[in-house]
Design a protein around this ligand. Structure first.
Ligand code: FAD
Ligand code: MLT
Ligand code: ZN
Length: 472
């Protein structure tokens, strides 16, 4: 029966786009963090939306589950199959066409398999900005960004992927094609189907194309690193920048001393240019549409005010593009340093800015008291209240054994604190298979039941990414 189905897949896609040999499938079976490995009946590589629809119809009539996959950079195991070997991976990388750049409408129409960085570069050549930006941009794909509602470093000014999307094309669990590809900024025609599919992590439909917003490219960007002593001062600094620079503020990222020490251990060339290893290093970016002088002067005035108010103790302004890039590389390499260091426990949480100081002080103290020697690799998009409050095993202990013994208790501690502060247990990375139980425990009974109702209505056979996000 399975060989018959594989032959039918090949009839739709062509033999070379149906991978069934172990060594061909291997690169698609393990997630970026190497936390999840599964098996697959086949890896399918469609080129068109019609091919995706035909594959879904074949899977539906044979009751075969489909795992949609883009760049496979997600952190929650959402794009990794289970261990049965009965699921198929549908990787969309061959659907990588930019269909249109509409300069007047400031939109781009593109397929789900376009790599994010390629999109940024393509529109930059026309002096336009696609503002979604994250460390995985060289490999992650627009379909994956939409399916996870990715955040990244520009959310403060431009919003999450959801905020950048105007239209979608989706293949449903029945193999129908929904064409919602209007590039409209207003459309109140009943339920918002687009927003239902965004962030659904491949459990409700397969995103094949999208219409995304573009923005004018700023004339000038200035980047600075500043040192702060505590979170209260850091929030006051953020509020000062919001007041003085308003929409020119495009980045406000936080790195703790412990995060940067880990970075320097694995990437010594990325030493912090600020003196004396401050408790908190803040990366701030302003983007301007007027002139270099305008933004540079504004930045200097705000920094002077921050020094005068004792909010910061040191500052380095990038003197050229390459130095600005080196500041960003330092920030983005923390994730890579953690990967080099070995298994770690990731947290991707949001806390209202007004509770952030309390959250960090209390949780740090509780964590260190309960797990002596633990390293708190806390960094993130502080301007959005989004912390990557990651936990690494004490030096000298085996991280895998430490995690096995303590993972449950560590997550419980963090999530209890998140709930006390009215935060969220997933800010931007999603749920996947990693946080399935956590979502059930923390979403609230009514919300969780509503999610199950939606899943059952759209995918009654449960063939789209089953047991990810929500189990029915
Ligand atoms: P995948 O990992 O392939 O898939 C992710 C989920 O989406 C899976 O559930 C999958 O089934 C589903 N999916 C994929 N494509 C489709 C589709 N076409 N239709 C339906 N479902 C689909 N994330 C952030 O939000 N902010 C960050 O700052 C950030 N930084 C990162 C830095 C690094 C170094 C790395 C490795 C990852 C980072 N991530 C970040 C996580 C990750 O890059 C994002 O979640 C990204 O959006 C995933 O895109 P992808 O194409 O790799 O998707
Ligand atoms: C980032 O912001 O760099 C990624 O989302 C982070 C992570 O490693 O948790
Ligand atoms: Zn992040």
């Amino acid at each position: 029966m399975m060989q018959g189905l594989i032959d039918q897949f090949a009839a739709v896609l062509g033999n070379q786009y149906v991978l069934t040999e172990d060594q061909e499938k291997a690169p698609y079976l393990t997630d970026w963090r190497k936390r999840f490995t599964g098996k697959a009946l086949a890896v399918l590589l469609p080129k068109t939306t019609k091919e995706v629809a035909s594959i879904v119809k074949l899977c539906a009539s044979n009751n075969i589950a489909i795992i949609p996959q883009g760049g496979h950079t997600g952190f929650c195991g959402g794009a990794t199959p289970d261990n049965t070997g009965k699921q198929v991976i549908l990787n969309l990388k061959r659907m990588n066409q930019i269909r249109e750049i509409d300069v007047a409408n400031q939109t781009i129409t593109l397929e789900a398999g376009c790599i994010l960085q390629a999109v940024q570069e393509k529109v930059a050549a026309q002096d336009l900005l696609f503002p979604l930006s994250l460390g995985a941009e060289g490999s992650c794909m627009i379909g994956g960004n939409l399916a996870t509602n990715a955040g990244g470093t520009n959310v403060l000014r431009y919003g999450n992927t959801r905020d950048l999307c105007l239209g979608l094309e989706v293949v449903t669990a029945q193999g129908d094609i929904w064409n919602g590809m209007k590039g409209l900024r207003k459309d109140n025609t009943g339920y918002d189907l687009r927003d239902l599919f965004i962030g659904s992590e491949g459990t409700l439909g397969i995103i094949t194309a999208a219409v995304m917003k573009l923005y004018p490219m700023p004339i000038s960007q200035w980047t600075t690193l500043v040192a702060t002593d505590n979170i209260a001062a850091t929030i006051a600094l953020l509020n000062l920048f919001q007041k003085r620079a308003n929409s020119l503020l495009t980045g406000f990222e936080m790195m703790t001393q412990e995060s940067l020490a880990l970075n320097e251990k694995h990437f010594p060339q990325m030493a912090n240019p600020l003196k004396g290893n401050p408790p908190f290093t803040i990366l701030i970016e302003l983007s301007d549409h007027e002139s270099e002088e305008h933004v540079r002067q504004l930045l200097e005035v705000i920094l002077e005010e921050a020094f005068a108010g004792n909010l910061i103790s040191d500052a380095v302004i990038a003197s050229n593009l390459s130095q600005a890039n080196s500041f960003w590389h330092m920030r983005e390499h923390i994730t890579l340093a953690q990967a080099q260091e070995g298994a770690n426990l990731k947290n991707d949480i949001t806390i209202p800015l007004s509770s952030l100081d309390r959250f960090i002080n209390e949780t740090d103290a509780m964590m260190r008291a309960s797990f002596p020697g633990v390293r708190i690799i806390n960094f993130g998009h502080l301007g959005d209240g989004n912390l990557h409050y990651n936990i690494a095993a004490p030096l000298g202990t085996d991280p895998k054994i430490f995690n096995q013994n303590n993972e449950k208790a560590i997550y419980e501690l963090v999530y209890t604190q998140v709930e006390r502060c009215q935060g969220s247990i997933s800010a931007e990375h999603g749920i996947g298979q990693l946080k399935l139980d956590d979502l059930r425990a923390h979403k609230g009974v009514v919300a969780h039941e509503l999610m199950k109702t939606i899943k059952k209505a759209l995918d009654p056979q449960n063939i789209l990414n089953p047991h990810k996000v929500v189990s029915i």
